[in-house]
Design a protein around this ligand. Structure first.
Ligand code: ADP
Ligand code: MG
Length: 244
């Protein structure tokens, strides 16, 4: 198997007027191609900060991050933008669709900025991505704000898939969905991983972990394995402090 993500001892310190926030304090993780990794942790633990670094939206303060073998620190901002658009598909809690644009237009949009997709292929690729997430053809010309939450999230997943990225990064993708719809969306991520996509999904919903191959935990900016998390929770319970 090849490594899609190889992260060693990442730190991210935010400098604000109020002072320094040490949001990541040594996160290490390796994700292989085709793996579905779930990252769990309480609110404020650094999950979105990690997602932004993994997604090349932000640079770490220290530590190394290799994406498909490339050391991200050696790349220019233009290189990072190119990697973001060609190698990474993002899915967010709030869907982030253009609400007044049609379903098809939303999914074609990343291809407009792609250097690798000829104009003549945009439509075909968008249709293929929508079919893969089970959006029926009669919805293709609807505006995205006419869809249900579950349909919106599946369109957002189609948009994330359309450039055939190496990595799908999802930050709380089921946070706005009811449980039946969440299950459908999570099964879809599972199916994508089974088909060889690499999926990293951030959540604080324990149910998500059932769909993933592996779960790691983030607490106070540090990554913990499942065993370390268990030991941490056991220690808190012993002191009567377990709340999450
Ligand atoms: P999570 O996604 O797990 O809720 P975040 O990564 O959003 O956690 O936040 C981790 C810590 O970093 C929090 O203390 C948060 O207040 C702080 N933080 C996040 N983003 C910024 C920012 N842009 N500037 C300053 N502090 C931030
Ligand atoms: Mg967050």
């Amino acid at each position: 198997m090849s490594r899609v993500l190889d992260v060693v001892n990442l730190h991210r310190i935010y400098e604000t007027k109020a002072g320094l926030t040490h949001a990541l304090r040594g996160v290490s993780l390796v994700v292989e191609r085709g793996e579905f990794l779930c990252i769990m942790g309480p609110s404020g633990s650094g999950k979105s900060t990690l997602m932004n670094v993994l997604g090349c939206l932000d640079r770490p303060t220290s530590g190394t991050y290799r994406l498909e073998g490339l050391d991200v620190a050696t790349l220019s901002d233009d290189d990072l933008a190119e990697i973001r658009s060609s190698r990474i598909g993002f899915v967010f809690q709030s869907f982030n669709l253009l609400t007044r644009a049609t379903v098809l237009r939303n999914v074609m949009l990343p291809l407009v900025y792609s250097s690798t997709c000829p104009k003549s292929e945009r439509l075909e690729r968008a249709v293929r991505a929508l079919v893969a997430v089970n959006i029926p053809e009669e919805l293709f010309d609807h505006r995205s704000n006419e869809l249900s939450g579950g349909q919106m999230q599946r369109v957002a997943i189609a948009r994330a898939l359309v450039n055939d990225p190496a990595l799908i990064l999802a930050d709380e993708p089921t946070g706005n969905l009811d449980s039946a719809t969440s299950e459908r969306v999570l099964s879809l991520f599972r199916k994508l991983a089974d088909a060889g996509k690499t999926v990293v999904l951030i959540t604080h919903d324990p149910e998500v972990a059932m769909y993933a191959d592996r779960t790691i935990y983030i607490r106070d900016g540090k990554s913990l394995t499942a065993e370390e998390e268990q030991a941490h929770v056991a220690a808190l319970q012993a002191r009567g402090q377990y709340a999450n």
